[in-house]
Design a protein around this ligand. Structure first.
Ligand SMILES: Cc1cc2nc3c(=O)[nH]c(=O)nc-3n(C[C@H](O)[C@H](O)[C@H](O)COP(=O)(O)OP(=O)(O)OC[C@H]3O[C@@H](n4cnc5c(N)ncnc54)[C@H](O)[C@@H]3O)c2cc1C
Length: 570
């Protein structure tokens, strides 16, 4: 069944030892199964198109922490590189450009225990957000659901990104939502961090005696499996309201009907400064559950409803929209929740209406259903218009900084699109997507450029080498330059942007990444190359992508060591 060349990449004896740990039914070196693990999701397509994604040599699915420890120790004995993966939404685990890695697939570790009195959940990597939300909404509790959707691992998301539209009242820094962490190091030792340092019945609070080193595993960016395997966490839950979100619709129309205490408001503002002012006033008045500035083309994404005619429906709508229409109608989506009572919602609604009126906004009709905030059932829609999820960078910083960065991105994208109107989805001079989070203290934004899949896929007849090259140049240079100019912090360092390049112009934190990695993973086996794989991809396959302007800026910033170019007065 496995075919003749199965053990080309790892010794058969090693495979047999690893297989014995999980049992033969939970191990495979079958080519068809291995093919399913080649990543092409999210923006991994970039690596796939360039031939950097490979099949793993074999896959092992442990059920217990003890099995994980034994797998990791056996890999160390045989010097076999291993990569944990849990739900594979981001398919992050693939751009390794090597054939000798094995995957430790954590899906079978899927226990979840909810403590609704103390508002936390203990869960393993196989539990996805849809399962968590399904359980806790019944108990009047809520969590966030990331853009990746209800199908991604809660645990992995907490260590990868951990951000969502619903972070207006819940901290967006996922490390702060962790009470305790059980961690198997790259050499197979088990550590218990956070409140677990005080014993097994301490999952309910966040800290223990002495320093809490949870932050070692999760800062703003991610180790992406290169610091071993997390097997269990205690994750904070948050109070919601008591009325039911009623499921309705089928297939692409599946959503939930919102009860009177949970309501959406869609508002059109005449220009960007007024939207920005209104958002600040909402934060000052302490109202809102989500405050989401939606780019105009998203309306057509939403209207297309994810059906089979999606692409045509999207383009029929978006092609008719003019730049002038986009400029006249800057769209804000606000969710209000009466957490304490209907009266709270009514109060917040009155405040919102005042803010809209004072800022010349127009309230539009909103269907009182949700498919995004509580379930994120529509995340695949992100691919369908151009067949690529085109991200340049994701950033979080103060409102002032994000606004500056978004202004510059919009300006540069518009200029680029004058010269190359057909390279990316034309954004018609729209601003990037941004959110007000943590009651307006922080803003979150995604700088998106959507290339057309077939044009950047070397195997497609429509392939356009010039477009493919310009996409890489845009993605890396624009991302790095804007971070240097404005100080906007990327949460995509190592995932989308090259850590080594940006670290040079900050406080050289890549030195510390390397030191810790060497200390905990002397054999270099856990997710080898991460978090420097994007650097490797650029250095080895596309050394000319980072342009002279970026290099010059890096030198200036690094030499001055006085802060960012955009912040010289600091
Ligand atoms: C369209 C789209 C939009 C997205 N938008 C958002 C967003 O708005 N906010 C947000 O927070 N996220 C977002 N994401 C990311 C998404 O939420 C992640 O995919 C998810 O957090 C991780 O789940 P996964 O299935 O990708 O994990 P996997 O692919 O299984 O793993 C991801 C990484 O974590 C490592 N890993 C896996 N399991 C473990 C483990 N047990 N211990 C240690 N390391 C492990 C893997 O090696 C890999 O590097 C988006 C993704 C997509 C596809």
């Amino acid at each position: 069944m496995n075919g003749p060349n199965v053990f080309d990449h790892i010794p058969e004896q090693a495979y047999r030892e690893l297989e014995a740990i999980v049992g033969p039914e939970h191990a495979t070196a079958n080519k068809a199964a291995r093919l399913a693990y080649v990543g092409r999701g999210f923006d991994r397509q970039v690596y796939w198109f360039h031939g950097d994604c490979r099949m793993p040599a074999a896959i092992f699915m442990p059920k217990t922490v003890d099995e994980v420890v034994r797998l990791v120790k056996t890999c160390n004995r045989w010097k076999i590189p291993f990569i944990p993966q849990s739900t594979y939404g981001m398919a992050f685990s693939s751009p390794y450009a090597r054939d000798d890695v094995v995957y430790i697939d954590m899906k079978r570790m899927d226990k979840m225990i909810v403590d609704d009195m103390n508002m936390y959940v203990i869960l393993e990597p196989g539990v996805v957000y849809a399962q968590l939300q399904g359980e806790i909404l019944k108990r009047d509790l809520c969590s966030l659901v990331p853009g990746g959707g209800g199908q991604v691992s809660v645990l992995v998301n907490a260590f990868l990104c951990g951000m969502s539209i619903y972070n207006y009242r819940i901290t967006i820094l996922s490390g702060r939502r962790l009470n305790g962490v059980e961690w198997v190091t790259p050499e197979g030792d088990v550590y218990r961090l956070g409140s677990l340092a005080s014993g097994d019945d301490n999952w309910f609070w966040q800290d223990g005696p002495g320093p809490n080193v949870t932050g070692f595993l999760k800062g703003l960016s991610s180790w992406a499996g290169s610091m071993g395997i997390v097997t269990r966490i205690s994750y904070k839950l948050y109070p919601f309201q008591t009325e039911k979100l009623e499921p309705t619709g089928m297939g692409a129309d599946a959503c939930v009907k919102l009860p009177p205490r949970v309501q959406f408001y869609t508002v059109s503002f005449p220009d960007e400064p007024t939207v920005r002012k209104a958002i600040r006033e909402m934060a000052r008045a302490r109202i809102g559950a989500c405050v989401n500035r939606v780019p105009a083309y998203w309306r057509d994404v939403a209207r297309a409803r994810g059906d089979r005619a999606y692409v045509n429906t999207f383009w029929d709508g978006w092609n008719k929209t003019t730049e002038e229409e986009v400029a006249r109608s800057r769209m804000l989506r606000v969710l209000l929740v009466g957490y304490a009572s209907l009266k709270q919602l009514q109060y917040e609604e009155r405040v919102l209406m005042d803010i809209i009126e004072e800022n010349k906004g127009t309230l539009l009709r909103s269907r009182q259903v949700d498919e995004t905030v509580f379930f994120a059932a529509n995340s695949q829609g992100m691919w369908k218009a151009t067949q690529v999820f085109g991200e340049c960078n994701g950033i979080m910083e103060s409102p002032r900084c994000i606004e500056k960065c978004d202004d510059l991105y919009r300006e540069r994208m518009y200029k680029y699109q004058q010269e190359y109107p057909d390279d990316f989805l034309h954004q018609k001079n729209e601003y990037p997507w941004y959110l007000s989070v943590e009651f307006g203290r922080i803003y979150y934004s995604e700088l998106q450029a959507w290339p057309y899949g077939p044009k950047i896929d070397p195997t497609a007849p429509e392939y356009d080498a010039g477009n493919a090259k310009r996409y890489l140049e845009w993605r890396y240079n624009t991302g790095l330059q804007l971070s240097m100019e404005t100080g906007a912090l990327s949460f995509f360092d190592g995932q989308v942007q090259p850590v080594g390049e940006i670290a040079k112009v900050t406080h050289d934190y890549s030195i510390w990444l390397e030191r810790f990695k060497k200390e905990f993973d002397p054999n270099g086996l856990a997710a080898p190359g991460h978090p420097f794989l994007v650097d490797k991809f650029l250095n080895e396959s596309h050394p000319d992508v980072i342009n002279e302007k970026t290099r010059k800026m890096q030198k200036e910033v690094a030499a001055a060591r006085k802060g960012w170019l955009g912040n010289r007065q600091a």
